[in-house]
Ligand binder design. Structure first.
Ligand code: SAH
Ligand code: SF4
Length: 343
């Protein structure tokens, strides 16, 4: 292992290349132990509100891409979204995650109204709106938004450009750095199993997380969507994805790492596997049943028919079975709290 006991590039490749469950078991155990020691047994539940599936972007992997004409589009009204934020509060969540395609109908002021409303209830606010302007994100931070999820998707610049027409890794990472400068807790992350992605790219993904000092890390399998140009691709696998979750935990011991819905959609125990290999966050959806099906980033999504309340109860039971508890309070990034304390 490299100096200072820190895993570095040359040590990472052989770990990223581990393939058999037998070889991976000790890695998962180590990540589980680091998770317990550094962030404890409590799992943070975040209420996910997917308020619009309109998107101006055209990411090749995503069912919401602009050119997918087979998708009925929806936009929730500000009043509806406020109703969902109130429900999150009533159900005992400490954080709401406001997520959508890149939909400019929700301009600076409309988003600010939602942020102010959530903050008035004492909730922490996470935004996941894609690439919005520096002015907008600065304004939302001033209005009280706490966190921003913007996965870097893949740290291979050529692959990034190919999969995200008109966009670049440089642009996305630049925005992440700016969000951090503004005082947001930042969430980076990537998909596993993208067509053309190699082990060296996954090493670069991990290195970028470390370089950015990501507060939150979203890692999920790529699941091919039939109405996209990547329909015929093989997609990512559960074990590969959980391996990357475990490595992310070892590299960023204090990070907030979700057991992603995409993992749960590939395998009924996918999220449990991640929770036992480093993850400490789950994001149940509070999106209304009437439109949840239409928020189709990928096919086969789980929990299409449960209400927010049922999702929360189901997750609490699953966590109990794993011997884990539900965290209370806003669940801020420990690293971010320290950054703030030190000025
Ligand atoms: N529009 C915003 C937020 C919504 S997309 C954004 O792009 O940041 C949220 C995440 O869904 C993306 O970051 C991407 O990693 C993931 N995603 C999109 N299509 C996917 C697919 N086919 N399989 C798995 N994850 C996917
Ligand atoms: Fe739009 Fe996000 Fe899907 Fe890209 S991943 S098409 S930005 S919703």
């Amino acid at each position: 292992m490299a100096a200072g006991n820190r895993l570095m590039g040359e040590d990472l490749l052989p770990l990223v290349e581990l393939a058999s469950p037998e070889e991976l078991a000790p890695l998962f155990t180590a990540a589980d132990q680091v998770r317990r020691r550094m962030v404890g047994d409590a799992v943070h539940l975040r209420a996910l509100i997917e308020f619009s599936n309109y998107c101006r972007a055209n990411c090749l992997y995503c069912g919401l891409r602009r050119e997918n004409r087979n998708l009925a589009r929806y936009r929730l009204s500000l009043e509806e979204i406020e109703g969902l934020i109130a429900e999150a509060y009533r159900l005992g969540f400490g954080t709401v995650v406001l997520q959508s395609g890149e939909d400019l109908w929700y301009d600076a002021d409309r988003m600010a109204r939602l942020i102010r409303y959530a903050k008035s209830l004492g909730l922490a606010v996470t935004l996941s709106l894609g690439e919005r302007s520096p002015e907008e994100v600065a304004y939302w931070r001033k209005e009280g938004a706490d966190r921003y999820l913007l996965r870097h998707e893949t740290a291979n610049p050529a692959l990034h450009r190919r999969l995200r027409p008109g966009r670049s890794l440089e642009g996305r990472v630049g925005l992440l750095r700016y969000l951090k400068e503004l005082g947001y807790q930042i969430g980076a992350g990537f998909m596993v199993g993208l067509p053309g992605q190699e082990a060296a790219d996954l090493v670069a993904d991990l290195e970028l997380l470390v370089e950015l000092e990501a507060d939150m890390v979203g890692i999920g399998p790529f699941i091919p969507h039939p109405d996209t140009p990547l329909a015929g691709a093989p997609g990512g696998r559960v074990l590969e994805t959980v391996k990357m979750v475990a490595l992310a935990r070892l590299l960023l011991p204090e990070a907030l790492i979700p057991a992603t819905t995409a993992l749960g959609s590939l395998d009924p125990y996918g999220r449990e596997n991640a929770l036992e290999a480093g993850a400490n966050v789950v994001m149940p959806s509070l999106t209304p049943k009437a439109v949840r099906r239409q928020y189709a980033l990928y096919p086969g999504r789980i929990c299409l028919d449960e209400t927010g309340e049922q999702c929360r109860a189901c997750l609490e039971a699953r966590l109990r079975r794993l011997g884990r508890t539900v965290a209370t309070g806003p669940g801020h990034s420990l690293k971010w709290e320290r950054r703030n304390r030190n000025g």
